[in-house]
Write a protein that binds this ligand. Sequence first.
Ligand SMILES: [Zn+2]
Length: 226
Amino acid sequence: MSQKQEQPKAYILLGPPGSGKSTQADIFKREFGCEHVDMGSALRRAAQEPTPFGENLSRIMNEEGGLVADEIMQAVLEQEIRKIAPDRPVIVDGAPRRESQIHEVLSVLNRHGKDFNKAIFVELSEEDSVDRISRRFSCADCGAKLILGKNFDSVGDRCPQCGGRVSQRADDTAEGVRKRWQVFHDETLPVLKYFEEQGQLLRVSGASDPETIFKDIRSGISEESA
Ligand SMILES: [Zn+2]
């Protein structure tokens, strides 16, 4: 059996805040052995660095609530992709966030030998987005992810796992989420349109539970590559 050596695949995950992208990325990791490039976390990590770059980034992300400049996104993405072993598939979450970033993201993937397969759009309404995110907290001590109304009852309660302080990401308030949803909507719509025109967009509903969403994604992917 002479099988042509296949390049590891690359997927791009798109969706508004709360659509469950990081959960899907975890399932991709489990099912396909994908490495997850989480641009949101990578940028937040970079923003914590005590350098002019980090401080500038932190101001843009926290105060202005907007998207960072394309050059910053590119530099951080390149850095993240470079850490990944050449034979591993990858799922990128959080980039491209707008039209001007599409070609750079695709060329970074290409330069690192990843074969771009599909952009996956997990759809979620603004209402569901706000509802999900504003209930999302975490423990400052043990890092547990905690959902208000599920893992604990009211704001101010301690962590049910370790008794630590429960806190919320600064932009996870209802107002913060509305703003991020709007930014997503305005900036990312042209990105969806681009991939749709290329026949490389897979739309799935983010309203169901994570395993059902993944089943939809998996069948959408295999329809094409089978
Ligand atoms: Zn804890």
